[in-house]
Design a protein around this ligand. Structure first.
Ligand code: KG4
Ligand code: ZN
Length: 337
């Protein structure tokens, strides 16, 4: 079975083809970052228009990579939510129209389910149940994935998502959108002893039980520190480092709690912030200490992409899920559980 995956929930157009036997055959991606960076964030209408522009060329590229004709596709899977409604509609209309023309099933995929299954693409031995730390620009959640389609939400952010906190903190220190990765690179360049005037950052919500998060206070703390000190590169690096350390510590404390609470020793890290090197190294050490195992999808599957959508669609089809009819329904909000 060969499944075409379409991802258009935000500012990345992703098209990929997954083969149930051979694995991923093609993976084409177009990022809109250059368009949105001049506005300091994603402009939904521009995102929708750009998806429309790139869906056909990306499909052609994916078919070329896979060395196949579209008539050889067996199904189309598309992200139906959560995400920007206009952006989701472009992908859903494209997927449904193509499936209708080819007389093959179209399957709606939950964007977060696709993120949390992405690690399985490279790791056949990663079987259910496992824990997931989902850390992206829009979400920060701890989830117990019990089996395909059965996900228990253990903890969620009460305000900013962790990627959003990275991006907003980067922005207030003059780093262009989306500054998360750049802020992380600055943090990693920190030499101990540099600019000591930074007050320690809190580890939000770690002093009370539970697995929820809150990151907006860290952004405010970073803003206070930035406004108090000389606005130079040394201060930027020191604040970035203190901020990242607080985020990583907080995520580690909550992951450890989730492991102990569920007695589940397998942790998958999904979403764009999963690309953070310090977070990856710290979680490796944490899980090794707990005699457990941590799994990271390849960096290119951590951020939004069509491969994870094609894979998720394929898994559901193999379990017998059918086409849901011709109505096009996308959801801006859609709880995973
Ligand atoms: O999953 P993703 O591509 O998009 C969604 O939000 O769905 O995640 C993007 C987020 C952005 O906020 C970006 O700044 C953040 O992931 N990010 C990072 C790093 N690379 C990307 N945050 C911290 N450290 C990184 N290395
Ligand atoms: Zn995403």
């Amino acid at each position: 079975m060969r499944v075409l995956g379409i991802e258009t929930s935000c500012d990345e157009t992703g098209v990929a083809i997954y083969d149930a036997q051979k694995g991923l055959l093609a993976h084409a991606l177009y990022s809109q970052i250059a368009i949105h960076s001049q506005f300091g964030g994603v402009v939904p209408e521009l995102a929708s228009r750009d998806h429309v522009k790139y869906l056909v060329p990306l499909l052609e590229e994916a078919l070329f990579q896979a060395g196949m004709h579209k008539s050889q596709l067996d199904a189309v899977a598309y992200t139906a939510g959560p995400g920007l409604i206009g952006a989701l509609l472009t992908g859903a209309c494209f997927a449904k129209a193509l499936a209708f023309a080819l007389n093959i099933p179209a399957l709606a995929v939950h964007h977060l389910e696709a993120h949390l299954l992405a690690a399985q693409m490279d790791c056949a031995q990663l079987d259910f149940p496992f824990l997931v730390l989902l850390v992206s620009g829009g979400h920060t959640q701890l989830i117990e994935a019990r089996e395909l389609g059965d996900y228990q939400l253990l903890g969620d952010t009460l305000d900013d998502a962790v990627g959003e906190a990275f991006d907003k903190t980067a922005k207030l220190m003059g780093i262009p959108y989306p500054g998360g990765a750049q802020l992380a690179a600055l943090a990693d360049s920190y030499q101990p002893g540099q600019a000591a005037a930074i007050l320690p950052f809190p580890r939000p919500m770690t002093d009370r039980p539970g697995l929820d998060f809150s990151f907006s206070g860290l952004k405010t703390h970073a803003s206070m520190m930035w406004n108090k000190c000389e606005k130079n590169e040394t201060a930027r690096v020191a604040i970035a480092h203190a901020f990242q350390t607080a985020i990583v510590d907080t995520l580690l404390i909550k992951c450890k709690r989730a492991v102990l609470q569920t007695a589940n020793l397998r942790l998958v890290v999904a979403g764009g912030v999963g690309a953070n090197r310090t977070l990856r190294a710290s979680l490796q050490a944490l899980m090794a200490g707990l005699q457990g195992q941590v799994y990271f999808p390849r960096i290119e599957y951590c951020t939004d992409n069509g491969a994870m959508v094609a894979y998720t669609g394929c898994m559901h089809l193999l379990q017998g899920r059918k086409d849901e009819g011709q109505a096009i329904a996308v959801k801006a909000r859609w709880p995973l559980a």
